[in-house]
Design a protein around this ligand. Sequence first.
Ligand code: UDP
Ligand code: MG
Length: 316
Amino acid sequence: MDISVVIPLYNEEESLPELQAWIDRVMREHGFDYEAIYVDDGSTDGSWQVINSLREQYPQVRGISFRRNYGKSPALNVGFAKAQGNVVITMDADLQDSPDEIPELYRMITVDGYDLVSGYKKKRYDPLSKTIPTKLFNATARRVSGIKNLHDFNCGLKAYKQKVVKHIELGADMHRYIPYLAKLAGFGKIGEKVVHHQARKYGKTKFGLDRFVNGYLDLATLWFTGKFGKKPMHLFGLLGSLMFFLGFVAVIIVGALKLYNMHHGNHYTLVTNSPYFYLALTLMLLGSQLFLAGFIGELIVRNSTLRNHYEVEEEF
Ligand code: UDP
Ligand code: MG
């Protein structure tokens, strides 16, 4: 099979028939053998019934329905597990992404050899309250992930080699960072294609402004787990040792000053009268706490099943 289209959806009943007709038209025009996997993320409207009736009309339609709403990432995750096409394409269900982009995305994966191609909604039809934070968000994601050529990490329209989607594990809400996850899993050839974007025709957006707060927190998590997930001591041990060392030096200075003054008959007071004493105390306490966090982190890593998990590309 050439292409699996994975479509996560939550309450999108009005858009689905139009979307499927459009996908099918593009696929037939280009002679692609395809499947369209609709993952109903616990919709409370008639989306699942619509998917069922689409199945009668199009044998390429496959459906998965969650009992409740889990979120876009879990929906993509189960769609990825089911996908059989050589190229897997994800697309939002709300008709904001255009199926006309499919043939070129397919070509970039199969001919140009990209592991992943992300859409770039250069001209967006979204409210300003969304486009401006999005710019900031992408700039941060580029810096942290080191994927410098992407402008639109969270674009719903993306194409992958099949093995990429089978090897990344999408935790809750991590769909915003699939390119970063792919890179961490060793799929480094990541490209971008400018895609057409349309205003939402039916229904309304499922994400509020909290997406940006959560987005930043998730990025911090990924950066941390990607860099120190297997060696937490390298971060906590370094910070802890540094702080402890500074505190220790400060204690020596405070103590030495007092001894010096005592010895030379100068005026002297209790060490607890010096602000530096408290600074030193705090530094040493925090330093040992951080160090301990590193040890505990290492103990957790020891128990992790992923401890010795490495992606082998080829072997003979
Ligand atoms: N979606 C989903 N589960 C959710 C929220 C959204 O499957 O909990 C789907 C939604 O139906 C759509 C896609 O994810 O197909 C993108 O959502 P939306 O269009 O609301 O996001 P936006 O375009 O505003 O970024
Ligand atoms: Mg949308």
